[in-house]
Design a protein around this ligand. Structure first.
Ligand SMILES: [Zn+2]
Length: 256
């Protein structure tokens, strides 16, 4: 879309469909990590969430009704990672499907002997190339409390969306140039390998051990902690914190 047309539409949306004051205040109270920024940034987050709500299509699975408070809770958390990058980073999908609870997905793996093992995996969220993004409301609703553990399903799934913007989910989101990509891969690989060794040794880790599954999960899990428990991430993984600070163009530990 032409820039001026897009801007005019955005202005109209902000004027006509602004998130009501009371609902926004309620959202910040339920999810205090959203408010850990300057007043100007918090205001921009509200505007971005308004535009997100106008652009995306929410649907509830199995008869779940997604009310305004739920949609605003999801939109505000989803917009955190793109507060500085811009909403067009989410242009590649439209749908958000909300389930009441975690979803069981049938999975299978083939072991070294060629034997197929079937199992069920409990998913609190899932992001697919081209969308939709699936979220379990139970986990979204808990995000205020689970922030202390560095857990946030919305940031996790939308970090995957950013990662997949250039194709594969591989822990490397689109970066400005080749030097930035090489630097990213170098730091992420080193930190990921060290993390996997700690998980293998059964050490207690700030990041959920699930991050050891693959580099893309390490990126998504680290992004969660970056936004909801930034001090802890900066203390335990300073190099990862710096990498994410550069990519997201935000410094959440400065205001939390
Ligand atoms: Zn994931």
């Amino acid at each position: 879309m032409l820039d001026w047309l897009r801007q005019r539409r955005a202005q109209r949306t902000l004027a006509r469909r602004a998130i009501p004051d009371a609902l926004w205040a309620l959202t910040l109270a339920r999810f205090p990590f959203l408010a850990h920024r300057t007043d100007a940034d918090a205001q921009r987050l509200r505007e971005l969430a308004t535009l997100f709500l106008a652009d995306k299509e929410f649907s509830g699975a199995h008869g779940l009704v997604v009310d305004d408070a739920m949609a605003v809770a999801i939109a505000a958390q989803a917009c955190l990672p793109v507060l500085e990058l811009g909403l067009d980073w989410y242009d590649g999908f439209r749908g958000i499907v909300v389930h009441a609870d975690a979803v069981l997905a049938a999975r299978e793996v083939v072991d070294e002997a060629g034997v197929v093992h079937e199992y069920e995996e409990e998913l609190s969220g899932e992001a697919m190339h081209g969308g939709p993004v699936m979220l379990a409301w139970r986990d979204v609703a808990d995000a205020g409390e689970s922030a202390a553990d560095g857990y946030n399903v919305v940031v996790h799934e939308f970090a995957h969306v950013l990662d997949m913007r250039d194709g594969a989910a591989n822990g490397v989101p689109p970066l400005p140039d080749r030097a930035a990509r090489e630097r990213w891969v170098e730091v992420l690989t080193r930190e990921y390998d060290a993390f996997c060794e700690r998980v293998d040794a059964d050490e207690d880790t700030l990041l959920d051990p699930y991050a050891a599954e693959a580099p893309e999960e390490f990126f998504a899990v680290a992004s969660e902690v970056f936004f909801v428990a930034p001090h802890e991430l900066r203390a335990e993984h300073p190099a990862v914190y710096e990498l994410l600070r550069g990519f997201f163009r935000q410094d959440p530990a400065a205001h939390a």
